[in-house]
Ligand binder design. Structure first.
Ligand SMILES: O=C(O)CCC(=O)C(=O)O
Length: 259
């Protein structure tokens, strides 16, 4: 299967814009055939989902579905990430966030890196399998705010996402400054792990299915974590997959070089 658009390019000036703004739209990543096949496979995964899980809780699915690994480790995405972390790239996490029609949950403003036991991180790729806008639960980012390390948090009282950036820390005109991800199915964007971001509930009668791929340098800290298997609910450990370059610290990383 040719998953990925062969005409994709990302050059130094794109990377500089990403560094400045904290995010960048990448355009079309999947081929039409790749998108169609991905959507069928997602339908199947959602049908097979264990009753203890919700479709926005499918973590590290690339460890369970090789087609997701093929996409997450594809050359164009690794070319984007190489600008960020250098030539030795580890794929350490993916998250399928599928918000069902009418019931998809919102996610409040937060910064990712503050929650993770990993370091030397590259940007997170956000790949849409459906057309997305604010009606079906797209993501919003706050351009330029990825440099802020002083944003304090407060409890939300919500079980799914129990913290958010204290609204008093956000700019008064956040509604004007925030940028929505209006993507067509098959398109992607990349965001810095410190950019404040949030997403809306899915109020529409359409699905919102997105894969978030997370990368790091092979020299970063690699903490442990477990995730539930989407079919069985059984926990399995996170694996750190070397998807490009060398295992420079000789950690016996599993090599999954796709290009
Ligand atoms: O896609 C979303 O709804 C939000 C994604 C997000 O918060 C994340 O990947 O950290």
């Amino acid at each position: 299967m040719q998953w990925v658009n062969p005409d994709f390019t990302f050059i130094q000036s794109d990377h500089e814009r990403y560094q400045r703004e904290g995010y960048a739209f990448l355009g079309k990543i999947l081929t039409p055939a790749g998108l169609e096949s991905a959507r069928e496979r997602l339908d199947r995964m959602i049908r097979d989902l264990h009753p203890s899980l919700k479709p926005d809780e499918i973590y590290s699915a690339h460890q369970q579905e090789s087609w997701l690994l093929a996409i997450a480790a594809c050359k164009p995405l690794l070319d984007v990430i190489e600008y960020d972390v250098g030539p030795n790239i580890v794929l350490w996490s993916t998250h399928l966030i599928c918000k069902p029609p009418k019931t998809g949950r919102p996610i409040p403003w937060h910064q990712d890196r503050t929650y993770w036991n990993t370091t030397k991180l590259g940007g997170s790729v956000w790949l849409a399998f459906d057309d997305v806008d604010e009606n079906n639960g797209t993501m919003f980012v706050l351009p330029g705010w990825h440099r802020r390390t002083d944003l304090t948090r407060r409890a939300t009282g919500d079980e799914f996402f129990d913290e958010e950036i204290d609204p008093a820390m956000l700019p008064a005109d956040v509604d004007r400054l925030q940028v929505p991800y209006y993507l067509k199915a098959g398109e992607a964007a990349v965001h810095d792990t410190m950019i404040p971001h949030r997403s809306t509930p899915n109020r529409s009668d359409r699905w919102r299915r997105v894969l978030v791929c997370r990368y790091m340098s092979a020299e970063g800290d690699m903490g442990t974590k477990e995730y539930p298997d989407y079919r069985t609910g059984q926990m399995f450990p996170r694996r750190y997959l070397l998807v490009r370059g060398q295992d420079v610290l000789n950690r016996r990383l599993e090599r999954m070089v796709a290009d």
